[in-house]
Ligand binder design. Structure first.
Ligand code: BEZ
Length: 201
């Protein structure tokens, strides 16, 4: 399998952490992919017309995207149990969606700053994205610590990658001020070898 990859992408990192945690890193070939929303990757558009990463090209069958489809597929393929059964399953899926929402907001702030010409930037946009992030880390802190402290699942991995992206690109804004219990959880979660091995630089 080929994984279309960029180390800075928190969505790609979810897949990489899953591969590390399940001991299956050697099952994928990493294809470094350079793209932005306004500059599609020529080597990817034939596989994913949206030109978004991660995308997982398989020996046969459709190339898979987006990250949640890929993580669910790999979990199934490796029988990894990262999507538990019972009520915890729905919490796990909701946590992963929550993490992806934090990533969407954080990445869109970066795109606004880096890709838009200065005279077309809209600071209110970035502030609204950051408000969304503050609200969400606060909700995680208030309502999700019990789940986050349970057995490893894909919700935890996704939240770890989302918080890692906030540290990577938005460190100065200080998300920890709004979520002290979550910050304590992440201090321990971020020490996992899978997280250390995939830290964006
Ligand atoms: C970034 O550089 O922040 C980034 C790169 C690829 C995908 C998402 C974010």
């Amino acid at each position: 399998m080929k994984l279309y990859h960029a180390a800075a992408s928190p969505f790609v990192r979810k897949v990489m952490v899953l591969l590390h945690e399940t001991g299956n890193l050697d099952r994928v070939e990493i294809v470094n992919t350079v793209l932005t929303p306004v500059a599609p990757a020529a080597n990817l558009t034939g596989k994913n017309p949206l030109s978004k990463i991660p995308a997982l090209e398989r020996a046969s069958g459709a190339t898979l995207y987006d990250s949640r489809v890929i993580t669910a597929y790999l979990d199934d393929l490796f029988d990894a149990g990262l999507y538990p059964t019972g009520s915890r399953r729905w919490e796990t899926l909701t946590l992963e969606a929550t993490a992806d929402g934090i990533m969407d907001a954080g990445v869109s702030m970066i795109y606004d700053i880096r890709l838009r010409p200065e005279d077309k930037q809209w600071p209110d946009w970035g502030e609204a994205q950051w408000s969304k992030i503050v609200r969400t880390v606060g909700a995680l802190d208030a309502q999700w610590m019990s789940h986050l402290s349970g057995p490893l699942d894909m919700g935890q991995i996704a939240i770890g990658c989302a918080l890692g992206y906030l540290d990577f690109r938005h460190d100065a804004r200080g998300w920890r001020d709004h979520a002290p219990a979550l910050a304590e959880w992440f201090a321990a979660f971020g020490e996992r070898p899978s997280m250390q091995a995939t830290r964006p630089a």
